[in-house]
Design a protein around this ligand. Structure first.
Ligand code: MF3
Ligand code: CO
Ligand code: CO
Length: 256
């Protein structure tokens, strides 16, 4: 069941979204060569607590850390670790979700470490473009599948592939609510968009031809590309408004 949020809930979602956006901005200067992803995790946990929030990933279905850090061929749900030291040329997605006053804000960006090769830069920039094109496709009265259709139309010309096994999601009091948001075109998303719906858009784009991914048998979380190709992702939490959308995880004066 897809719920329509009322004004009071929307106001709380705005606050949660804002804190998540502030958290990503806060962590950005620390995402540099030589730091471990566990260090980033610990800074995020501290910042979130200091601002009265809770890190939603921590203990979510048994997830062991406060944020997800997904390096290179890791598609999503990477677990921060002391052993994962960022190095020159890496890309890393930092995915943060905070709970504030009972409501969730969920956002992620892929950061580039030092000198990243041209092909990889293109993948990252085009994945970001795909997110914003997907957001622009959201209008009340249209179908949700316009999101996937728009992203697929844009991404297919580069020879990349769109991950199918994970998608965006409704969000509110719960981390993951209906609807499931596909980033490729499918009639499964023939759902009429209505003012007051809140969901994430979070395309995961693989540089290779295969959209296939697999989950680590060792930790049960880390999702990687099957062909070893690198993968990028950007995510925002958005509200459907009468005009189109309001990006709840975007600060007023920010480009991202
Ligand atoms: N933040 C992720 C999302 O965008 C979900 C992470 S679930 C976790 O939906 F358990 F891995 F943290
Ligand atoms: Co999400
Ligand atoms: Co997320």
């Amino acid at each position: 069941m897809i719920t329509i949020k009322n004004q009071e809930e929307i106001e709380k979602m705005r606050k949660a979204g804002k804190l998540a956006a502030q958290l990503l901005n806060y962590i950005e200067p620390f995402v540099k060569e030589g730091v471990s992803t566990l260090y980033l995790n610990d800074l995020c946990e501290e910042f979130t607590q200091k601002h009265g929030g809770i890190s939603a990933p921590l203990n979510y279905n048994g997830f062991p850390k406060s944020i997800c850090t997904s390096i290179n061929n890791v598609v999503c749900h990477g677990i921060p670790s002391e052993k994962d030291i960022l190095k020159d040329g890496d890309i890393v997605n930092v995915d943060v979700t905070v709970i504030l006053d009972g409501y969730h804000g969920d956002t992620s960006r892929t950061f580039m470490i030092g000198n990243v090769d041209e092909k990889t830069k293109n993948l990252v920039n085009r994945t970001k473009n795909a997110l914003y094109r997907g957001i622009d496709a959201v209008k009340p009265g249209k179908y949700l599948y316009e999101v996937g259709k728009t992203i697929e139309k844009y991404i297919s010309k580069f020879g990349y592939s769109i991950v199918r096994d994970y998608g965006g999601h409704g969000i509110g009091k719960s981390f993951h609510e209906d609807p499931h948001v596909f980033h490729h075109f499918t009639k499964d998303n023939k759902i009429r968009l209505r003012e007051g719906m809140i969901f994430t858009i979070e395309p995961m784009i693989n540089m290779g031809k295969s959209y296939a991914v697999e989950t680590s048998l060792t930790d049960g979380w880390t999702v990687t590309t099957v062909d070893g190709s690198i993968s990028a992702q950007f995510e925002h939490t958005i509200l459907v408004t009468s005009k189109g959308t309001e990006i709840l995880t975007k600060l007023p004066n920010s480009k991202l």
